[in-house]
Design a protein around this ligand. Structure first.
Ligand code: SF4
Ligand code: MSK
Length: 675
């Protein structure tokens, strides 16, 4: 028996098949290298560790120590009354709803706590307590001030004068920070939604009171023995999700834009091939731009570049992973090194001199991989440390931000000479144009005379653009890396649906070359290709990081405002998707899309399958209340077609389905003429 046990423990990890694990060639090459070097990655662990069959259905409750109570759906399904219950009597619906809204709480907390951190730095900048951060984009400051109830003008002796910008910044900082914990009233930003949507939220009693309260209330309601009605539970999930999308995330995006600049289209590159063998490679990874902005600034200082050269490097190459990548990409064109699932591979190149991590989506296994190389792994945030002893913690503080950034960069430079001989950087990288946002879409697709989103709406109405899709979210090691993302997006643009992307979907699309205007001629249907060619935009517009999904909400609001496509987001020919989601943040994002009126399809799986009544409620019934609904479809082609079918349904309801038929006929006629 002891022998048998020993043999079991010594059993080698099952290795991933590189081609089955990822569609990306650089990733495949690096998985092979990891196997050659005997270093385990997430792709291998996904072979060995299989998900829990009950957890995946959403019906395992461990909210008290009488459990865990596990209520899987019987293989034969449920016939008649569903008698499954936990020790306390909790039904499968209650358990799945509790788990689901706890995921919303986790996601909303992550986005919103990130936002709070930015708001605190913003306050320091407004008070001029720090040299490192300044109010950079005063136009954006003036644009957001009224939404926070801050006046931008003042009456002096009967005359209207512009208010002092420092005064406005300070009041914006105070009002913004107040949104997390104010004692009375309701959150201010949801009023930015179309009026019909705001009224719907009001009528249904889901307007958030403040950001923190809605998250705390989820933890209370889901405690053992509190809320036991899946409809009431998801109602609170709705309140917290709105507090995320139209609160914490939107504030994070806005305040980051004011501090660091509102993005505008910018040229860059993506994939592991952006790392350079003869440069000091510093990879920043996580979500918050407050430190990475400083790293960008310091890395460009002539004396720092000279220091790198004095150590034998030709310069400093910054690269990003996950949404820290998206933040510095959209404002500075810093290339994107990797998606979420490639993070270990960036170190396995042997050329990563320092990996600087902040918060969210960081694998603890990075520390184990870093041990095999010279890479300095540096944690920087007080709430995100690692237990392994090779990890260096340099706590970042906005009051000495530039000094912290310089210390980190010098550490990376000093580490350059410690590289082993075994460096292998895959050659693969692709060009991308990123940095789109509500403002730049207006610039590219707005009307000359009427401003706003007139041209975009016009092209939707005349059918050249069939509809708009927001395709976002993570990678998931339970499915082939990037395949869901790329297949869904290609199917959409082939059918003239313009795609707005964020997060790791944006990175995946960049790696596939879909973020260039030239890709329109290759991959798009004739209508969308014509629009992209005319205005010079890619068919997939990268709007930034996870918190920047708020840009998609505001872009949809602008489409409503521009007119001709109904009065509410749920009237628009739009759909949402997260083909390879994995994080709690994705569930919060998905839910605020749904309750903002967007039909939203998730890939992989949804933790509701063990509770069909609850699942039915968040799909069919929520549509009757908010106009949006959840759906699940793991097959990426079917997934995209569900979205297109929804877009067509909305076109029909708007009475613009005929216009599209006519345009397609025109194209066919034109093609016939060309032949
Ligand atoms: Fe089981 Fe109820 Fe406790 Fe959950 S709360 S673990 S269902 S007894
Ligand atoms: S980083 S949350 S894996 S998108 Fe925002 Fe990517 Fe998902 Fe993290």
């Amino acid at each position: 028996m002891a022998e048998e046990k020993k043999e079991k423990a010594a059993k080698p990890l099952k290795l991933a098949d590189p081609v089955a694990a990822s569609m990306d060639v650089a990733t495949q090459e690096m998985i092979v290298r990891s196997h050659d070097l005997g270093i385990e990655t997430v792709f291998d662990r996904a072979q060995t560790m299989k998900p829990c069959n009950i957890g995946i259905q959403g019906t395992c409750c461990k909210n008290c120590s009488m459990g865990p109570c596990r209520l899987p759906l019987p293989k034969s399904g449920i016939e008649g009354e569903d008698t499954r219950k936990g020790l306390c009597g909790a039904t499968a619906n209650t358990i799945a709803a509790r788990n689901f809204i706890r995921m919303i709480a986790g996601g909303a907390a992550a986005h919103s706590d990130h936002g709070r951190c930015v708001a605190e730095v913003f306050m320091s900048a407004a008070r001029k307590e720090t040299e490192a951060y300044k109010i950079k984009d005063t136009v954006k400051l003036l644009a957001i001030a009224p939404h926070l109830g801050v006046e931008t003008t003042v009456e002096v002796d009967g005359e209207t004068k512009d208010r002092d910008i420092d005064e406005i910044a300070l009041e914006v900082a105070e009002k913004a920070l107040n949104e997390w914990g104010k004692a009375e009233g309701e959150l201010l930003y949801p009023k930015r939604a179309p009026e019909a949507l705001y009224e719907k939220w009001k009528k249904n009693g889901v307007l958030p009171r403040n950001i923190d309260r809605e998250i705390v209330e989820i933890m209370h309601r889901t405690h053992m023995g509190v809320d036991q009605d899946y409809r009431n539970l998801i109602k609170q999930g709705t309140r917290a999700a709105i507090a995320d999308g139209w609160g914490g995330s939107m504030l994070a995006t806005d305040l980051q834009d004011v501090l660091f600049g509102t993005p505008s289209p910018i040229l860059s590159e993506a994939n592991l091939g952006v790392m350079k063998e003869d440069h000091v490679n510093i990879i920043v990874h996580g979500h918050e731009p407050v430190l990475s902005e400083m790293i960008v600034a310091v890395s460009q200082k002539p004396e720092i570049i000279e220091y790198a050269k004095s150590k034998g490097a030709k310069g400093i190459q910054l690269g990003g992973i996950c949404c820290t990548a998206n933040e510095i990409l959209q404002r500075h064109g810093i290339p994107t090194a990797a998606t979420f699932l490639q993070q270990e591979l960036a170190i396995i190149t042997g050329a990563c001199d320092a990996m600087v991590v902040d918060i969210q989506c960081i694998f603890q296994n990075l520390a184990n991989v870093a041990k095999c190389f010279h890479t300095k792994l540096i944690t920087t945030h007080p709430i995100a440390k690692m237990e392994q002893d090779n990890v260096i913690h340099i706590e970042f503080d906005e009051h000495h931000a530039l000094e912290d950034a310089e210390r980190i960069i010098r550490m990376a430079i000093d580490n350059f000479e410690n590289r082993g001989t075994e460096v292998m950087i895959p050659k693969h990288k692709a060009t991308q144009v990123a940095g789109f946002g509500v403002e730049s879409i207006e610039y590219h697709l707005g009307g000359t005379f009427r401003g706003s989103y007139y041209t975009l709406n016009d092209n939707i109405i005349n059918g050249r653009i069939r509809g708009i899709a927001g395709v976002v979210g993570c990678n998931n090691a339970r499915t082939r890396h990037n395949e869901g993302h790329i297949t869904v997006v290609k199917e959409l643009i082939k059918n003239d649906v313009i795609v707005l992307t964020t997060g790791c979907n944006g990175i995946a699309c960049a790696m596939e070359g879909l973020l260039t205007p030239e890709s329109a001629a290759v991959h798009c249907g004739p209508g969308l290709a014509e629009v992209c060619e005319t205005v010079g935009i890619p068919p997939v517009l990268h709007l930034g990081s996870c918190v920047d999904n708020s840009r998609i909400l505001l872009a949809a609001t602008e489409v409503v405002k521009a007119g001709g496509l109904g009065n509410d987001i749920c009237d628009l020919p739009v759909a949402g998707s997260a083909p390879e989601w994995m994080s709690e943040k994705a569930i919060s994002i998905g839910h605020y899309f749904v309750v903002s009126g967007v039909y939203t399809v998730f890939g992989v799986t949804l933790p509701t399958s063990g509770a069909p009544v609850f699942h039915n409620y968040i799909s069919k019934d929520l549509e009757k209340i908010y106009g949006g609904m959840w759906d699940i479809e793991p097959d990426p082609i079917k997934h995209a077609r569900l979205m297109i079918a929804h877009i067509d349904k909305k076109r029909k309801e708007l009475g613009i389905d005929k216009a599209r038929e006519r345009v397609l006929m025109d194209m066919a006629d034109r093609q016939a003429l060309d032949a």
